[in-house]
Design a protein around this ligand. Sequence first.
Ligand SMILES: [Zn+2]
Ligand SMILES: [Zn+2]
Length: 299
Amino acid sequence: MASRRSSLGNGKSGPTTQIVLLGTGTPRPDPEQSGPATAILVNGTPYLVDFGPGVVRRAAAAYQKGIPGFGPGVVKLRTVFLTHLHADHTAGYPDLILTPWIMGRKEPLEVYGPKGLNDMTRHVLAAWKVDIENRVNGVDKLPAAGCGVNVHEITPGTIYKDQNVCVTAFRVRHGELKNSFGFRFETPDKTIVISGDTAPTETLIENCNRCHVLIHEAYSQKTYKEVSRRWQTYRRNYHTSSKELALLAARTKPELLIIYHRSNPGASITLPTSETALLEEIRGAYKGNVIVGHDLDVF
Ligand SMILES: [Zn+2]
Ligand SMILES: [Zn+2]
């Protein structure tokens, strides 16, 4: 395939980009799958997409596993992108703001996300007012700037650029949540597209066109017929079936397709989301390289 190398190259040889899956789950509180959170590290600098529950502890686990870029106590995680405001993607927010600060982060977070993020941030900081005031004014004397958040509410287009990465946001199709985004990361050696939560959408296909890595959500087609009509409608409007993802991947031809946020909305809580069934369904209609992602996988 044609090289996707961008103009951001630093002249060094060898890979500079790593993907670390910090959370591959859904709202379901599965101990094996934290809430959605994906880190992309470029030249050792971490960039985070989404902050589902468990995000800080998973990042600490990745650090312990040998990914130094997060820093001890996750203090180096400073640049963050949010796909949409659903709780499974945001319930780790106070943890992300406060815990690395308590562990030593001195600078504010920079967070890029949909309209409404400003309000959410303000409310989180207000909710933890007593703790913040105590740590700033008490014996700890933590720097107030370290628990600050600079919020950047985004619209489609280029939303971030530095020496490591250029990030493009594009709108996706997630039911009534009009401000739902997917992201395209262009680094010196990789183009990575993250779907966020979405039903099949042309904007993703345009942005992923022969990208290196597509990280995409999916639900199993097998369980679709077993859920109520209301849940079938929900699935069609909010999420992507295995069959739809296979067709989408066949059109965009990523070098690697990673499935995350695998779900069976509307199905019984006791029904496990079968990894094998999902892979079989996709491989039935797509011959490219596809895997199911797990928490703390590194690519
Ligand atoms: Zn979700
Ligand atoms: Zn969602």
